[in-house]
Every structure is written in structure tokens, then in C-alpha cells.
Design a protein around this ligand. Structure first.
Ligand code: SF4
Ligand code: MG
Length: 317
């Protein structure tokens, strides 16, 4: 009939997300801080994977890098010092449909949060954990962190750090039930992007050790690798992270490393001169704790109440 629309179904246009859809507040990190590069890589991955912003959660503890959730226009949780990982596990256990990105620092994860570091990796819940390692506590103005090199003069050790630094990857590769462990550097955006993307694609907990420059407090600390690409050892393998030709050309020292080989992974982590980057370890068979925590999520309230009643009845006298 004239003037009347016959089909009243809603026409919902397909959504396409641009980088702006993931860009939160203006990042207030220092100029040239490596954190900017990591944020940019994560936003690009979200865009390239077309992740609905409402399905993304950024979780952090305390520290410079832990301001990460504020700069994502997604859900986020800026937690307590060292507590990024238990919060992320809690999110994942109740909302398995969400994509969880964890931002934690060398102080946050390897010191006060070390207990959670061990157990979250053992739980192997499906999330991407980014350890921003700048070898210092930046937010609290240059205190010695667990990864500060021996002899580094800091505000807590003006005459130089006394203890040898904790080796992040050697430590991680000693945990039980790890499933995906890699390293990248913030100053190579291609390798950073490809590593974080591969980490995102892994089903289980992917742990990425990121050497992150802090021009304010640990300037030049990574120069031996940043300025001398020949000191970088690029790990390659068909089961590893696909290296962009530009990355492979820049880093001429390659090593074929089967990521299922944990002994060689540990040897590589112990290297002191060259800096191995890429995928150290991958075990696709590691049990994923989500499978347990997700049980019963689809039950109705009535079904849950009936289940509870049945359990309680077992103790009736
Ligand atoms: Fe980045 Fe260092 Fe500045 Fe913190 S203090 S925002 S880590 S450059
Ligand atoms: Mg730090």
C-alpha cells in the first residue's frame, strides 16, 4: 500500500572499528617512553582483529605501564600493586568471552606480585600478559627493581644495585604448566606487533617479556641491543613467530629454535651477551584452567539453586 513500509525489521549496519575506537585518554607517559609503542601495537591488533571494544579488558597493577587501561577505550581495571594477574584471572573465570590484556611491570610482577606470577602462569587462563621491563621502578622515581642491573645507581641504592638482577625468562621457564613464553623489544614496532599478535592468538596464557625503554630513569640501558642489531638473536622456526622479512633482514643473526624444546629455551634465556627475541617456549597441551572455571556458567538460577539443594541434601540427617 502506498506510503507504508512492509518490512519493519531493524537494519543494523555492520560495525567496523578504527583505531579511534580503542584510543582512550591521552597517554601521559614521558615522551619517547617505550610504553607508547606497546599501547599502539595493542590498539592495532584490536583493530586488525576487529575486536568489539566492549569485549576487550585491559587489566593492570601499579606502575607507569599500569596506566595502560586508562588509554584504552575498552573496559579496564587498574588494580593494586602486584595484583594485575589475580584480577585478570577473576575476569576470565566469569567472562570467558572477553579478550584480556594484562599490563604489568618488572616491579609490579617480579617483586610484590611474584606469587601471582607463579600461579597465574600455572593456571594458564586464556589471556595475554605483557611484562614491561624497564629495569626500574619508574612511577616511584628510580628505585631499584628486581631486574635492575648490578651496579645501577638508583635512589634506593645510590652506590649501585647490590644484587644480581632476576632473569625474567629463566624464572618464567621454571614455572609449572607454562604454555607460551616470548620476548620482544619496544623499539622494533614490527617485531613487537607480530609477537603480541601471536600471543593474542595463542589459546592459553601467553607471557611476553618486553624490553621497554625508560628515557627518564634508565636511558641507554638497552643501547647495546638497540644500537647494535648484530647483538640481537632472532629465534625462528615454523612453529615459532613468523618474522617479517624486514625484521629478518635487520637482525642478521638467526637461530632455528623449536619452541617445544624447554631445555634449549632455558639456555637461550641465560644468554648474557646476545639478546634472543622471539618465541622461547610453546606447549599447546598445557591444561587451561578456564575449562574448569567456566563450568556451570550457562546454568539458570533455578538450576544452580536445585544443584545447591541437592548438595546440601547429602548432609541432611
Ligand atoms: Fe616511561 Fe620511565 Fe617516564 Fe615511566 S618514568 S613514563 S617508564 S619514561
Ligand atoms: Mg619498571
Amino acid at each position: 500500500m502506498f506510503g507504508l513500509k512492509e518490512d519493519w525489521s531493524l537494519e543494523v549496519p555492520e560495525r567496523y572499528f578504527t583505531l579511534e575506537n580503542y584510543a582512550g585518554g591521552v597517554a601521559r607517559w614521558c615522551p619517547s617512553c617505550g610504553d607508547h609503542a606497546v599501547l599502539s601495537a595493542v590498539q592495532k591488533i584490536c583493530r586488525d582483529e576487529q575486536l568489539p571494544p566492549e569485549k576487550v579488558v585491559a587489566v593492570s597493577g601499579i606502575g607507569c605501564s599500569s596506566r595502560f587501561p586508562h588509554y584504552m577505550k575498552t573496559f579496564g581495571f587498574h588494580g593494586l600493586h602486584g595484583r594485575a594477574l589475580p584480577v585478570a584471572c577473576g575476569v576470565k573465570s566469569r567472562r570467558p568471552d572477553l579478550h584480556v590484556w594484562v599490563a604489568t611491570g618488572d616491579g609490579d610482577c617480579c617483586s610484590i606480585g611474584a606469587g601471582h606470577w607463579v600461579h597465574a602462569l600455572r593456571y594458564n587462563m586464556d589471556m595475554t600478559v605483557m611484562l614491561f621491563d624497564n629495569n626500574i621502578y619508574g612511577l616511584t622515581k628510580k628505585q631499584t627493581s628486581p631486574t635492575s642491573p648490578l651496579g645501577l645507581s638508583t635512589n634506593t641504592h645510590p652506590r649501585g644495585a647490590w644484587l644480581p638482577p632476576l632473569n625474567v625468562l629463566q624464572t618464567t621457564l621454571g614455572f609449572t604448566n607454562i604454555s607460551w613464553v616470548a620476548r620482544t623489544v619496544d623499539w622494533n614496532p614490527l617485531h613487537l606487533y607480530q609477537t603480541l599478535k601471536a600471543a593474542y592468538e595463542h589459546k592459553g596464557l601467553s607471557f611476553v617479556h618486553i624490553l621497554q625503554r625508560c628515557p627518564t630513569y634508565t636511558d641507554h640501558i638497552f643501547d647495546q641491543w638497540r644500537d647494535n642489531p648484530e647483538n640481537i638473536l632472532l629465534l625462528t622456526h615454523e612453529q615459532g613467530i613468523e618474522a617479517d622479512p624486514a625484521v629478518a633482514k635487520m637482525y642478521k643473526n638467526h637461530q632455528e629454535h623449536d619452541p617445544s624444546d624447554i631445555d634449549t629455551a632455558r639456555q637461550l634465556a641465560a644468554e648474557t651477551g646476545r639478546l634472543p627475541i622471539g618465541l622461547f617456549f610453546h606447549n599447546p597441551e598445557a591444561p587451561i584452567y578456564d575449562a574448569y572455571t567456566n563450568e556451570g556458567l550457562s546454568m539458570t538460577l533455578e538450576e544452580k539453586a536445585a544443584g545447591l539443594e541437592a548438595e546440601l541434601d547429602r548432609f541432611a540427617i
